[in-house]
Design a protein around this ligand. Structure first.
Ligand SMILES: Nc1ncnc2c1ncn2[C@@H]1O[C@H](COP(=O)(O)OP(=O)(O)OP(=O)(O)O)[C@@H](O)[C@H]1O
Ligand SMILES: [Mg+2]
Length: 306
């Protein structure tokens, strides 16, 4: 089996799906100038069911919307999908400055003539790339109208002043969005209707352990249990609405471990990575207690990295 697909086999992803991904890889080549965009993600995505849903959706030609809380692996999943399907990826971040011309292209004056400087959606369409629409719910109307046309069954892009272009058969789009926090926007129904949607689940203990081990292979068993346990405690308390989701942050846990490796005391590291993310004073007290029960104040680096 190809190296890119081994992590699927390791997680016992349905073999039939893996074979179809292999076929897809064989069917569509990547052009020379897009090769550098086929990039290996920093970590495999862990989560068998989610992988199966995502793979099946893309195989049948759908676009995929990944919704969920922060640090639930939305971007990591999108990058892994592009990698396993062997496609160049194009990251397109939506913010107040993203308009239709930044997606499709703009006219520029070059060699004494007006030429189209192709935007990332254009290039993705041409190369059969996987376009990752990051924070797609932040798209302004002007950008959203490009998405409406690009993402529906016609698979066409209107380039004002030029010919309309069709999407390469291997091109797919994967949107990511955060929701449910203050400041996050909803996505309008017509746009949602152009995607199959995956709601990113809470992390299981098994996958959490895999992620921590991947980043810190030399972590001690005791510390692994302490830090994973702390994250799971926080996740559960937030699910039960006893705390908000502010301190439930896998990035915080992983970075905290990084500072411990450098030599910081584990309880200090946990303050930065976990406790201080809860800005509400009452909530912070609850979180601080949870940290204390898992990560003894007297621990040093040696308890964590033997
Ligand atoms: N299922 C998973 N498999 C592997 N890594 C994961 C997984 N879930 C989270 N991670 C870890 O969490 C980090 C954050 O993941 P990612 O950036 O994909 O999150 P996100 O959902 O896009 O978050 P945000 O909404 O804040 O942008 C990754 O670098 C990775 O270490
Ligand atoms: Mg993200």
């Amino acid at each position: 089996m190809q190296e890119e697909l081994l992590f699927l086999e390791e997680q016992k992803v349905d073999n039939n799906l893996i074979r179809k991904v292999e076929d897809f890889r064989k069917e569509y080549m990547v052009s020379e100038n897009a090769k550098e965009r086929v990039t290996k993600p920093s970590i495999p995505f862990y989560g068998k069911e989610i992988l199966e849903m995502a793979i099946a959706a893309l195989l049948q030609g759908s676009n995929l919307l990944l919704s969920g809380a922060k640090a639930t692996g939305k971007n990591i999943l999108a990058e892994n999908l592009a990698w396993m399907f062997g496609r160049p990826s194009y990251n397109i971040s939506f913010n107040v400055n993203t308009d239709s011309s930044s997606l499709i292209g703009t006219d520029t004056f070059r060699n004494n003539e007006v030429q189209l400087r192709k935007g990332s959606v254009y290039r993705c369409a041409e190369e059969g790339g996987f376009g990752i629409f990051d924070e797609i719910n932040m798209a302004k109307n002007d950008a959203a109208s490009v998405l409406h046309a690009t993402l529906d069954h016609r698979r066409m892009i209107d380039v004002p002043g030029y010919e309309r272009i069709g999407l390469h058969p291997a091109a797919r789009f994967i949107g990511t969005m955060n929701y449910g926090y203050a400041g996050t926007k909803e996505l309008n129904e017509a746009l949602v209707s152009r995607f199959l949607v995956i709601d990113m689940p809470a992390l299981s203990e098994e996958n959490l352990v895999r992620i921590i081990r991947h980043d810190y292979p030399d972590i001690s068993q005791e510390a692994l249990q302490a830090f994973a346990g702390l994250f799971l405690d926080l996740q559960l308390k937030a699910q039960n609405s006893e705390i908000s989701t502010k301190a439930v942050d896998l990035r915080g846990i992983l970075s905290a471990l990084g500072t411990v490796r450098i030599g910081l005391k584990p309880w200090q590291a946990a303050q930065m990575g976990v406790t201080n993310k809860a800005f509400d004073i009452f909530e912070r007290e609850i979180v601080a207690d949870m940290v204390m029960t898992r990560i003894p104040e007297e621990w040093t680096k040696e308890q964590v990295f033997g």
